[in-house]
Design a protein around this ligand. Structure first.
Ligand SMILES: [Zn+2]
Length: 332
């Protein structure tokens, strides 16, 4: 058993309470490579932001759980080395699908886990979440649950259609399951193709796809019923058009990729939404920089030559999200 406390990590409890009270949201960036980790830590330190570094089941299989644990510990030490005296870094499991996986993460240094029972019948979702909460709380690990289903594809999590969270269920669910935060479905979606062109309208001036707006009425109804309770938004990448254009201009093929407009995430950050998950934007920033580099310098073959601009491009994106969208800067 390795407690996250030994690694210098924190759970989400105090972080979320401050974020809800302060009207901002904590960035939850997915990672599984050294360069992503370095860029996340540099961005968080430079902006004085708390940060959640999260790992999906697929990412954990890719990078190896033991390595990730030491990377998270390395992230804390690296933040200190960069001049941050008291880094607030969470290592979080994104979309845990079984009690056993959540337990394994808790036993191996994670400070927060998500148990995603959203595809189960309601009572089974409560029972599974409660089981994880009872184990996690013994070790002061916080638990995120999900109610409602997001559309889109994220690693092994995939659904064709979304089902919005029903506000009338949130009090019963959070009370009986004991979860510390709740991921809801209000129209965000996993992946870089969040909406089909048919679901969107086209901006007559630019010809670009405009996605349907988020269901803020549902969010506000949930806030009313669960005052001050931490709410989480998954699938909240914005799929920046300039990165998509760079990828497509340098041999890539991402037609009609669509994300969530940043104005809507900015608005959500001011509400009870206190954690916003961003994964695809980091993938796009990394891929755009690497494609551009290879196109311009086809003779390069040292990974550092193309991973350095990739890391810089991700860092720029992380800083932009923290300062311009979530408002979690200057909170340490
Ligand atoms: Zn998700």
């Amino acid at each position: 058993m390795t407690s996250y406390k030994e690694l210098g990590l924190v759970n989400t409890r105090e972080m979320f309470a401050k974020a809800v009270a302060g009207g901002y949201a904590i960035p939850a960036f997915n990672f599984n490579t050294l360069e992503q980790m370095q860029a996340i830590v540099q961005a968080a330190v430079e902006t004085k932001s708390p940060v959640i570094m999260q790992v999906s089941k697929g990412a954990r299989n890719y990078a190896n759980g033991t390595i990730l644990r030491y990377m998270a510990q390395g992230a804390v030490e690296y933040a200190k080395e960069l001049g941050c005296e008291n880094p607030q870094i969470v290592l979080h499991l994104d979309h845990g699908d079984t009690f056993e996986l959540c337990k394994d993460c808790i036993d191996n240094g994670f400070s927060s886990v998500m148990i995603d029972g959203s595809s189960l019948p309601y009572e089974e979702n409560i029972a599974l979440t409660k089981k994880v909460v009872e184990y996690a709380h013994q070790f002061d690990v916080t638990v995120e649950a999900e109610l409602g289903v997001l559309a889109g594809v994220e690693d092994e999590v995939a659904s064709e259609v979304s089902h919005y969270t029903k506000p009338e269920e949130v009090v019963d669910f959070s009370t009986r399951s004991g979860c510390d935060s709740l991921a809801i479905s209000i129209g965000t979606s996993h992946g870089a193709y969040k909406f089909t062109p048919e679901q969107c309208t086209r901006d007559p001036k630019t010809g670009k796809l405009v996605p349907p707006p988020l269901a803020f009425d549902i969010l506000h109804e949930i806030e009313k019923r669960l005052p001050g309770f931490p709410i989480v938004l998954h699938g909240s990448s914005s799929v920046p058009q300039d990165e998509v254009d760079t990828i497509n201009a340098h041999g890539g093929k991402l037609p009609d990729a669509v994300g969530i407009p940043e104005e809507q995430l900015r608005e959500a950050s001011k509400s009870a939404v206190c954690k916003i998950n961003i994964d695809s934007d980091s993938r796009l920033a990394m891929t755009a920089a690497i494609r551009k580099h290879f196109d311009e310098k086809p003779g390069d073959f040292d990974p550092r030559q193309y991973l350095k601009p990739a890391r810089e491009n991700m860092k720029k994106m992380y800083i932009h999200k923290i300062v311009e969208v979530l408002g979690s800067n200057d909170k340490l």
